[in-house]
Write a protein that binds this ligand. Structure first.
Ligand code: ZN
Length: 276
């Protein structure tokens, strides 16, 4: 069991967690609350110049941990696959411009073809964008998603599959993002976390909680401590690998997004300190 978290120096918050806020509001409010690390979702970059985004982040002393998200590679339609490649190349440019060293990949799935075909196209897609990622100095993290998304959001559903893919691609620029929401149920989790770390592929760690009952399978994530995930135990396994990165709070919640975001931010910090 991991020890209690002493402070918020390793806390990173995803902009999507406080979705009603624009990038400036996220940077300013997080910074005022003492949180100095941020993962930027691409929606908050819409309508602003990348140079201005970078300045907002710098002015508030924010360290950018990741850009979310790239991916969505597979499709039965070849033109659609090319559109995805182009979008991922744009994500690499955006990441480099705002100082994000990593892009998280939600790999995608097309329900009109087999899981195996989807996984092959995911691997091909990552290999295709890899030279641009290397040139920009931006790493790519395969994020395995809970199997309930295997038909439409990702055909990579376990940490074992993500580890296998990172091993097959075999590049220092390709690793894995481990998210407790997607992986907590897996009886091979501890050994696959160890394997991921030993391979040098553990690039990111995302936390939240799985509420029971879950009312919506996309937008009803809970604060740490509100559900059934043993976040401290999984964090302990992550830290045992030597992982020295951030604990990234990523909560999509149509319930919390309706509430006052300043009060919600304080709840995130409290949950982080007491239940992570
Ligand atoms: Zn995640």
């Amino acid at each position: 069991m991991a020890s209690i978290i002493a402070d918020i120096s390793k806390l990173c918050i995803h902009t999507q967690t406080t979705r009603p806020w624009c990038l400036r509001e996220c940077a300013e409010h997080y910074s005022k609350a003492g949180v100095n690390a941020i993962t930027v979702w691409r929606n908050v970059l819409e309508g602003i110049k990348l140079i201005d985004a970078r300045k907002m982040l710098d002015d508030n002393g924010m360290q950018v941990v990741s850009l979310c998200r790239g991916g969505f590679f597979p499709s039965v339609d070849k033109a659609q696959r090319q559109t995805a490649i182009d979008d991922n190349l744009l994500a690499i440019e955006q990441a480099a411009a705002i100082g994000a060293p990593l892009i998280v990949l939600v790999c995608g799935a097309d329900g009109r073809q087999s899981l195996e075909a989807n996984r092959e196209q995911i691997k091909e897609g990552i290999i295709t964008i890899l030279p641009a990622a290397k040139a920009a100095g931006v790493k790519l993290a395969i994020e395995p998603l809970h199997p309930m998304y295997a038909g439409d959001r990702s055909a990579v559903n376990t940490l074992q599959q993500a580890n296998d893919m990172a091993v097959a691609i075999n590049s220092p620029y390709v690793g894995v993002a481990a998210d407790v929401y997607h992986l907590w149920w897996d009886n091979h989790l501890e050994e696959e976390i160890k394997r991921c770390g030993a391979n040098g592929h553990l690039f990111a760690f995302h936390i939240c909680d799985w509420k029971t009952p879950t009312l919506d399978f996309l937008l009803d994530r809970g604060l740490m401590g509100e559900g059934c995930i043993n976040v401290p135990q999984i964090r302990g396994w992550i830290e045992e690998t030597g992982f020295a990165g951030f604990n990234e709070v990523e909560i999509f919640s149509s319930i919390y997004w309706q509430q006052d975001q300043q009060a919600f931010l304080q709840k995130v910090i409290d949950a982080y300190l007491h239940h992570s």
